[in-house]
Design a protein around this ligand. Structure first.
Ligand SMILES: *Cc1c(COP(=O)(O)O)cnc(C)c1O
Length: 379
C-alpha cells in the first residue's frame, strides 16, 4: 500500500532464536493507510489540499457538539468506566437491543480480535468471502485460525452454496460484511438466515449499516449465533477516536467480559458516543447528504468512460478502471491531491472512491476529466 510502514522487519533473527511464536514467522505484513500528513508530504502538497476519498471517513467531520463536549470535559485524569454503561445505554436505545448484549471496542477492529480470542482454538476455521474487508483474513491466523476463503461470484454476490459447502466440524466463524467493503453490495435476508441455520457463529459486519437500505440487526433477537458489529468511524465521523460496538448472543457475554481489556475504550470515546446521540439530528443529516451524493457521484462516473462504478449501499463506490492501469490512475489523482483506495490481487484493476461532499465530487470529476484524454491514450 502507498507509503508503506516502518514496521516491516524481515524477522530473521528473532525467528531463528525462537523468541517469537513460530506461527507468526511467515505472516504477510498488513500495511494500513498512512495518515494524511504523510500522504500530503509524499505528493508535496499542504494537508488542506488533500481530498481524502480513500478510507470512507465522514467528510463533514465530527459534530461540533462532540468536539465541544470533549474540549470541556475535566476528568481525563481519571480512568474511564470499564463497562461504558452510559454509552451502552444510549446504544441500547439506538439499536433496540438490550445494553446487556452490547460490548464496546476500540474500533470494530478490536472487537474482531476479541471474537477470535474468544472462539479460536488452533486449527479452527474461519470463513471469509473475498473480496472483502481484509482485517478478517489478516488477523485470524494470529489466533491460530485457518482462513477458508469462499470467493464471491463474478458480480461480487456471495456464493451461498459454496459457503454452505465450506462449513466443516472445525468451522467456528462465518464472517460476512454487509454492505460489503469494498464491493458495496448487501447480503439478502434469506441468504443470511440460511447461513445462521448452519450452526457456527455468524459475524455480520455492519460497519456501513447507516448508509444501507436496511440492517439485519433485528435477526439478533431470533438467532443466538449472530454477532453484529458496528462502528462510529464511518457514519458518525469519529474514525480517529476509535469507537466500535458489537451486539452479541447473551450466552457469550460473561466470556467477553472476562477477556475484554478493562479500559479498551477511552474517556473521550465514551463521551463522544453520548454526544453523538445528543446531536443525532445533525449527524444523521450528514449521512443523508452522503447517501444523496452517492447517487450523484455514481451517475457522474457513469458518464465518463474511464471508470465503471458498481452500485453501492455504503459510502463508497468500487470502480473498475476501464482503460489503463488502476495504479497509474491513482498516481495521477494523488499528484492532484486526490486519494482513492487501490488494491492488489483480484481487484488490482479497481479503485474504491469514498463518497464526499458535493464540492468533493466536483473536484474529483474535474480531475478525472483532465486525466481522461491522456489516460485513455496510454491504455
Ligand atoms: C472501517 C471498517 C471497520 C473498522 O471499523 P473501526 O471501528 O474503525 O475499527 C470494520 N469493518 C468494516 C467492513 C470496515 O469497512
Amino acid at each position: 500500500m502507498a507509503g508503506g510502514s516502518e514496521h516491516e522487519g524481515s524477522g530473521g533473527g528473532p525467528v531463528m532464536r525462537g523468541l517469537i511464536r513460530e506461527s507468526l514467522a511467515h505472516l504477510a505484513p498488513y500495511a494500513p493507510m498512512p495518515p494524511i500528513e504523510r500522504l500530503a508530504a509524499a505528493v508535496g502538497l499542504p494537508v488542506e489540499r488533500i481530498l481524502k476519498l480513500d478510507q470512507n471517513e465522514n467528510p463533514y467531520g465530527a459534530s461540533l457538539h462532540v468536539q465541544e463536549t470533549l474540549a470541556s470535559y475535566d476528568r481525563y485524569h481519571l480512568y474511564p468506566d470499564p463497562e461504558g454503561r452510559a454509552a451502552r445505554a444510549r446504544l441500547a436505545a439506538y439499536t433496540g437491543l438490550p445494553a446487556e448484549r452490547i460490548v464496546l471496542g476500540n474500533g470494530a477492529d478490536e472487537l474482531i480480535d476479541l471474537i477470535f480470542l474468544l472462539t479460536i482454538d488452533p486449527g479452527d476455521e474461519v470463513i471469509v468471502a473475498s473480496p472483502t474487508f481484509g482485517i478478517y483474513a489478516a488477523r485470524a491466523p494470529l489466533f491460530g485460525a485457518r482462513v477458508m476463503d469462499v470467493p464471491r461470484r463474478e458480480d461480487f454476490a456471495l456464493d451461498l452454496d459454496a459457503v454452505v459447502c465450506a462449513v466443516t466440524p472445525r468451522t467456528k466463524l462465518i464472517t460476512l460484511v454487509s454492505p460489503n467493503n469494498p464491493t458495496g453490495n448487501a447480503i439478502s435476508q434469506e441468504g443470511l438466515v440460511r447461513l445462521l441455520q448452519l450452526g457456527p457463529l455468524v459475524v455480520l459486519d455492519e460497519a456501513y449499516a447507516e448508509f444501507a437500505h436496511r440492517s439485519f440487526l433485528p435477526l439478533a433477537r431470533e438467532f443466538d449465533n449472530l454477532i453484529v458489529l458496528r462502528t462510529f468511524s464511518k457514519w458518525a465521523g469519529l474514525a480517529g477516536l476509535r469507537v466500535g460496538y458489537g451486539i452479541f448472543p447473551t450466552e457469550l457475554m460473561p466470556f467477553l467480559w472476562k477477556i475484554k481489556p478493562p479500559f479498551n475504550v477511552n474517556a473521550a470515546a465514551l463521551l463522544a458516543i453520548e454526544a453523538t446521540f445528543d446531536d443525532f439530528a445533525w449527524v444523521r443529516s450528514t449521512v443523508v447528504r452522503i447517501r444523496v451524493e452517492r447517487g450523484r457521484l455514481y451517475r457522474n462516473l457513469r458518464k465518463l468512460n474511464i471508470l465503471q462504478p458498481y452500485p453501492s449501499q455504503g459510502n463508497y463506490l468500487l470502480c473498475r478502471v476501464l482503460n489503463g492501469e488502476a495504479a497509474a490512475l491513482r498516481a495521477r489523482l494523488a499528484e492532484l491531491g486526490i486519494m482513492v483506495r487501490g488494491y492488489d490481487g483480484p481487484l488490482a484493476g479497481y479503485v474504491r472512491i469514498s463518497v464526499g461532499r458535493p464540492e468533493d465530487t466536483d473536484t474529483l470529476m474535474k480531475a478525472l476529466l483532465a486525466i481522461a484524454g491522456r489516460f485513455a491514450r496510454q491504455g
